[in-house]
Design a protein around this ligand. Structure first.
Ligand code: ADP
Ligand code: MG
Length: 261
């Protein structure tokens, strides 16, 4: 049975997609069988995993509307396999933006992804879900499917302020829809050690939340930002870059953490 994690934070531009694709690539590099599910209509995680969202015949949209299974809709990028970190992708494109409205009147609307995953989860060690920057029905489908949530956050003064809504949503989902769900950890991303305030916030987060904060810190690194334009996660595009090394360390930390879970 796969361990299933959502990467969520309702703020945009905080590093969710970068975290999802690089963690997927890092875990694959460690020999783990990984499925990455893109739940954002922007399709950035799809493109960043070497899959052209415009050429997909079937996407997570078809899976949510139950007109295709994950087995039918998933794809794998040869580029990723060649880079030694191949993982399967259930992609998304703009079509997914319509799903929100179409799902509203359907039965089991929050649990459609969960049902689809149940058919294939024995084929994977990890399933990672990249969520959109909202607490929408799409994100809800992700949260209902997962064992845990990974929350990427920048070490800024107001970093915690936006988290209240996410934490409340997770509590609600835990209470009413998915009793297994918990926050597995906060991941400090886009870290710049030259900025004293970031150092202070990074330390405060660790002091305050302890085990709930991952030990690995992801630095701000231009190679991670360049990689998507080559259709690759940084870990595959430039494995020696500082940011890629950090994501590999994070993948190892995840595997270690799960042994104690
Ligand atoms: P989200 O999915 O939360 O909207 P992204 O992962 O797309 O956020 O990141 C937002 C932008 O920041 C992207 O352009 C991405 O390439 C860049 N970025 C993310 N993490 C890093 C990092 N550690 N170093 C440098 N740039 C980063
Ligand atoms: Mg994103």
């Amino acid at each position: 049975m796969a361990k299933i994690f959502c990467v969520a934070n309702q703020k945009g531009g905080v590093g969710k997609t970068t975290t999802t694709v690089n963690l997927a690539a890092g875990l694959a590099k460690l020999g783990q069988r990984v499925l990455m599910i893109d739940l954002d209509p922007q399709g950035n995680a799809t493109m960043g995993s070497g899959v052209d969202k415009r050429e997909l015949e079937l996407t997570v949209y078809d899976v949510l509307l139950e007109s295709a299974s994950i087995e039918e809709a998933r794809v794998t990028s040869q580029k990723l396999i060649d880079a030694g970190c191949g993982f399967d992708v259930l992609g998304a494109n703009r079509e997914l933006a319509g799903a929100e409205l179409e799902l509203v009147d359907l039965e089991r609307r929050e649990k459609r992804l969960r049902a689809a995953i149940a058919d294939i989860d024995s084929q994977y060690d990890f399933i990672l879900i990249d969520c959109p920057p909202s607490l929408s029905l799409l994100t809800l489908n992700g949260l209902c499917s997962a064992h845990g949530v990974v929350v990427p956050m920048q070490c800024e003064y107001f970093a915690l302020e936006g988290l209240t809504d996410l934490v409340n949503t997770i509590k609600q989902v835990h209470a009413h829809l998915n009793p297994e769900l918990k926050i597995i950890g906060l991941l400090r991303v886009m870290f710049d050690p030259r900025i004293t305030l970031q150092q202070q916030v990074a330390e405060q987060l660790k002091d305050h939340f302890g085990e709930k904060v991952f030990n690995t810190i992801i630095p701000r690194n231009v190679r991670l930002a360049e990689a998507p334009s080559y259709g690759l996660p940084g870990v595959a595009f430039d494995p020696s870059a500082k940011g890629s090394q950090a994501f590999l360390a994070f993948a190892e930390e995840m595997v270690e953490r799960l042994k104690r879970w």
